[in-house]
Ligand binder design. Structure first.
Ligand SMILES: Nc1nc2c(ncn2[C@@H]2O[C@H](COP(=O)(O)OP(=O)(O)OP(=O)(O)O)[C@@H](O)[C@H]2O)c(=O)[nH]1
Ligand SMILES: [Zn+2]
Length: 352
């Protein structure tokens, strides 16, 4: 399998040059589970584990994740050892489930984030807001994908509502069952592009992969649509090469997406709301009005008479507070989300 199919570019080739000198092989992580991974190389897919040096020296965000480009050495016999991670074009991080202090990388080198939600009882702009902030924080284009249109009452209405509640984000309505919108979705997925599917369990992420792959790549499971509880069928992250040439990364449904150091993403998610607030604030009685309990507050007035979306306003305040709390407990170890930062630089040759 030529690595170009997996998104290898001349720029990545240049990043890899020092590792090539050390006789290492380039590859892309297609599955990552704890310390074991499957890596697509020019010679096909190999099982790989982390080299000891990487395990000992890596910071939290330096560990390879699905989508990463890595430099590997061949292990005697079969398999490979991951020696280093190449600079990342993008990195999705979240607060590790149930823990305030730990950052966890979710996916690397993603070009497009598909924020998946079912058009059933599960549909909730507040949950999508978190995914949106994460995508915008990583500089990745977000598209909301509303699934199961075949069982929806008013898909068009819901779509317009979600877009408005999320600052005008691009929204697509699809049904894997009826085929509605599937062509438009496929059109987004250009050859060599890497898209990640994010959303809660049961949203229909794996069904999308299977429909676009034309075969059963990921296991799916029926859910009780009455309460919309998914069953967490997908247990690992897997990068699938579609017949169209795009790469699609399925992820397990997250119970709760905890944001990590996503101030810029949050600001971008609420940019239109903040602009509205700023305009209104010009009419507040006090110039330094905090729109809290001050008399003559134009923002409060707009919240009361419905000109300003109260749910979004409250959500923004809550997410800000959440980030502030996480931030005061521990600063992020390294930026790690922009190209040429946070990943390991080529070092002297080592055995793994
Ligand atoms: N009616 C209808 N059902 C769908 C559609 N897409 C998916 N489903 C059903 O929704 C259920 C959950 O779909 P999955 O694809 O397993 O959901 P998932 O998001 O991958 O869930 P996890 O793997 O647990 O994260 C399955 O029963 C699917 O058959 C659709 O377009 N229409
Ligand atoms: Zn005010």
């Amino acid at each position: 399998m030529p690595l170009e199919s997996y998104g290898w570019t001349p720029e990545r080739q240049a990043d890899f040059a020092p590792f090539a000198e050390r006789g290492l092989l380039p590859g892309r992580i297609v599955v990552q589970q704890r310390s074991h991974a499957r890596v697509m190389t020019g010679d096909g897919e190999v099982a790989a584990s982390l080299a000891g040096k990487l395990t000992h020296e890596a910071g939290e965000l330096d560990f390879p994740v699905t989508g990463d480009w890595v430099a590997c050495s061949r292990r005697p016999g079969e398999g490979a050892a991951i020696q280093a991670v190449l600079p990342r074009a993008s990195l999705f991080v979240r607060r590790a489930a149930g823990q305030a202090q730990t950052v966890q990388a979710v996916a690397a080198n993603v070009d497009l984030a598909l924020l998946v939600s079912s058009l059933n009882a599960d549909l909730n702009p507040r949950r999508l807001e978190r995914y949106l902030a994460m995508a915008l924080e990583s500089g990745v284009r977000p598209v909301v994908v509303l699934t199961k249109a075949d069982v929806a009452q008013d898909a068009a209405g819901a779509s317009a509502e979600i877009s408005a509640a999320l600052g005008g984000v691009e929204v697509m309505v699809i049904s894997a069952r009826s085929g509605l919108g599937m062509e438009a979705l496929a059109d987004l997925l250009a050859p060599g592009l890497t898209a990640v599917l994010l959303g809660s369990s049961g949203a229909g992420k794996s069904t999308i992969v299977n429909a676009l792959a034309g075969e059963q790549k990921m296991a799916t499971a029926a859910i009780r649509e009455s309460d919309a509880h998914g069953r967490h069928t997908t247990t690992h992250r897997e990068l699938v090469l579609l017949p169209s040439g795009a790469l699609l990364l399925d992820t397990p449904g997250m119970r709760e997406l905890g944001l990590w150091d996503a101030q810029a993403g949050l600001a971008a998610t609420f940019a239109d709301l903040e602009a509205e607030i700023e305009t209104l604030a010009a009419d507040c009685r006090f110039r330094d009005c905090r729109h809290d309990a001050e008399p003559g507050c134009a923002v409060r007035l707009a919240l009361e008479d419905g000109r300003l979306d109260r749910e979004r306003w409250e959500s923004l305040a809550k997410l800000r507070e959440e980030l502030a709390q996480a931030g005061s407990r521990q600063r992020r170890p390294s930026p790690g989300k922009s190209r040429r930062s946070g990943t390991q630089r080529p070092g002297p040759a080592s055995r793994g």
